[in-house]
Design a protein around this ligand. Structure first.
Ligand code: GTP
Length: 597
């Protein structure tokens, strides 16, 4: 146990975690030349393509330092705010953290929020100034920023480059010398923290854990404390680049477990594993069920594919427990599912995985957050509204509450004005403003979550010319004046286009949605009126003018194959379009409310 070090790498997105992790693996000889590939830990295709870490992963390295053998367990963490619960669990499995700061970008919002998480868990922090090879690097200034943030000495900040490998030896030395060895009682009943799980279609769910007390042995009967369920430990082992089967994983170490569980839902990140016959009395604190933050409908483009979509979603859920869904029907779109996601990025990933891995073509409707509605008849009973069309009729409605967040934005002093106006436009209320340095400011706002879902991030990037970083956490529900704005196409309400908007800007947004839909809806043989309405009252109107000519007209008398080709072409173009009444609506139209100018 005294020669084990468990650590994670925390950083703002793109500050170079994964690249630096690769260098550590090279340096310790954990990866052979043949296995070398960039960003080894990001082994999902989608992760590699998007260049982001979606799920945390762990890997064990052997390292000889001053004649002694050490085991270093590195737990990689995702950087995006949608996945922050996983960051907090991986942090809880460690004694130390490398805090990576980009030498050109300096401290950003997630540098700070992840650092706080690490400090809350009493981790030893090793500051690393990364990317010092960059011509735009500003090592002196950024070192000062880090010293101010941590209250450490400038000499404690390790200068490094994940690109060239510079500084990697100093980092390993610091890991061994500064990060404490795990403590824990080898003779106590088994207590292990689940910090991640991965779906494997052949072997079922692989659970990743850190042993706090006792040990976990092959064939041991164990229990997951959150669910109370009993399993046999069919296989345990450590995580090298490939898994290495072991008979026992002891106190302080990190490993994987296979129990034959098939569904990700049964394995909850943050849960405690213990011995079934002789359980621990104190489970690991801080376990939370992950709650979805954003909801949207997912519908098959072709109504006949509904059952296939259901089967695909069920499979996807086996593998991603944070996806929740239930059947819903829409007058416009027919049968589909209302799905809950951790955030917008998660939603995009699910849509993309459905299309790539399951070959489904789906329409995603306007995303919304989860509201609480109360009726006059029973003003104490919460009605959870995950779909705007479920909002009770205004005549029955007592009040509506929406989720709020605390947002932290770090930007340059020059952009404070623009960032403030944006946040105020988004119904934010400033709570605090701190100058981290004379040029860099942290702004804290309370804001409705819904405003973040709608195009906030892009707008923030624009107003700050890219010099703003952003992080948030939920702070509960607050009452708001919300109204449902419905959209009518050709006189018919398209329920999948409805949105809940704040009373103060419902008119202007309703008008802008009409304008946007006019751009997005293809012209047809007839005029298509587009209207926005609150209840029976029309608040805005646009028209998509009719096409002049029949597209196939010019084929008449011509050869049939040409006509067929043209129709084929049209059919392809129909991908991700839905016929609603006699109007065709492309996918982008459902997102129109998110992309208003
Ligand atoms: P997420 O996993 O998305 O949170 O990002 P990350 O922090 O793991 O960053 P990643 O390692 O993917 O690096 C981000 C970008 O910076 C990539 O384009 C890397 O090639 C580049 N990069 C990383 N380290 C260095 C470095 O030391 N020097 C230079 N010049 N570029 C680097």
């Amino acid at each position: 146990m005294k020669n084990i070090r468990n650590f994670c790498i925390i950083a703002h997105i793109d500050h170079g975690k994964s690249t630096l992790a690769d260098r550590l693996l090279d340096y310790t000889g954990t990866v052979t030349e043949r296995e070398k590939q960039n960003q080894l830990l990001d082994n999902m295709d989608l992760e590699r393509e998007r260049g982001i870490t979606i799920k945390s992963h762990a890997i064990q390295m052997d390292y000889v330092y001053e004649g002694e053998n050490y085991i270093l367990n590195l737990i990689d963490t995702p950087g995006h705010v949608d996945f922050s619960y996983e960051v907090s669990r991986s942090i809880a499995a460690c004694e130390g953290a490398l805090l990576i700061v980009d030498a050109a970008q300096s401290i950003q919002a997630q540098t700070i929020s992840n650092l706080y998480l690490a400090l809350e868990n009493d981790l030893e922090i090793i500051p690393v100034l990364n990317k010092v090879d960059l011509p735009s690097a500003n090592p002196e200034e950024v070192t000062d920023d880090i010293v101010d943030l941590l209250g450490c000495n400038p000499e404690d900040v390790i200068h490094a480059s994940g690109k060239t490998g510079f500084g990697v030896d100093s980092i390993l030395k610091a890991i061994i010398e500064k990060i404490p060895a795990p403590t824990g009682n080898p003779d106590a009943p088994l207590k292990a923290l689940i910090f991640d799980s991965v779906y494997n279609s052949y072997r079922g769910i692989e659970t990743y854990f850190r042993v706090i007390d006792g040990s976990i042995k092959k064939n041991q009967q164990i229990k997951f404390m959150a669910t109370g369920k009993q399993y046999g430990a069919d296989e345990v082992g450590t995580l090298k680049l490939n898994q290495v089967v072991k008979n026992e994983i002891k106190t302080g170490d990190v490993g994987y477990l296979i129990t034959g569980i098939k569904a990700a839902k049964e394995v909850k990140v943050g849960d405690t594993i213990t011995d079934f016959a002789n359980p621990t009395t104190d489970r690991i604190e801080g376990f939370e069920d992950v709650k979805p933050m954003v909801f949207a409908g997912i519908y098959p483009v072709d109504t006949e594919d509904y059952e296939e979509l259901r089967a695909s979603m069920e499979k996807l859920q086996l593998n991603d427990a944070s996806l929740v869904f239930q059947p819903e029907s829409s007058a416009a779109l027919g049968f589909g599912f209302r799905c809950g996601f951790l955030g917008m990025l998660h939603m995009e990933i699910i849509q993309e995985r459905l299309e790539r891995e399951f070959d489904m073509t789906v329409i995603t409707t306007v995303p919304n957050v989860s509201y609480h509605a109360f009726t006059k008849k029973d003003p104490d009973e919460v009605i959870i509204v995950n779909n705007p069309s479920d909002l009770p009729d205004p005549s029955r409605l007592d009040r509506v509450e929406e989720p709020f967040i605390k947002a932290s934005i770090i930007t340059k002093a020059d952009f404070v004005g623009q960032v403030m106006s944006l946040c105020i436009e988004k119904r934010g209320q400033i709570v605090n403003q701190t100058y981290l340095t004379p040029e860099r400011v942290e702004l804290i706002f309370d804001m409705p979550l819904a405003e973040i879902v709608f195009d906030f991030y892009d707008r923030l990037k624009t107003v700050s010319k890219g010099y703003a970083s952003f992080d948030y956490h939920p702070i509960g529900m607050k009452q708001s004046k919300l109204v449902r704005v419905d959209m009518l196409l050709n006189g018919q309400i398209v329920d999948a286009l409805s949105a809940l908007l704040h009373d103060s800007n419902a008119y202007s947004i309703g008008k802008r949605i009409c304008e946007k839909l006019k751009e997005l809806i293809p012209r047809q043989q007839f005029d298509i009126p587009i209207q926005a309405a609150i209840g029976a009252k029309i608040i805005a109107r646009e028209t998509v003018k009719a096409l002049r000519k029949d597209v196939t007209a010019k084929c008449y008398g011509g050869d049939i194959s040409r006509k067929r080709k043209l129709l084929e072409k049209q059919k392809k173009g129909k991908k991700r379009m839905r016929q609603v009444g006699n109007v065709e609506i492309p996918q982008q139209a459902f997102m129109a409310v998110l992309k208003l100018n």
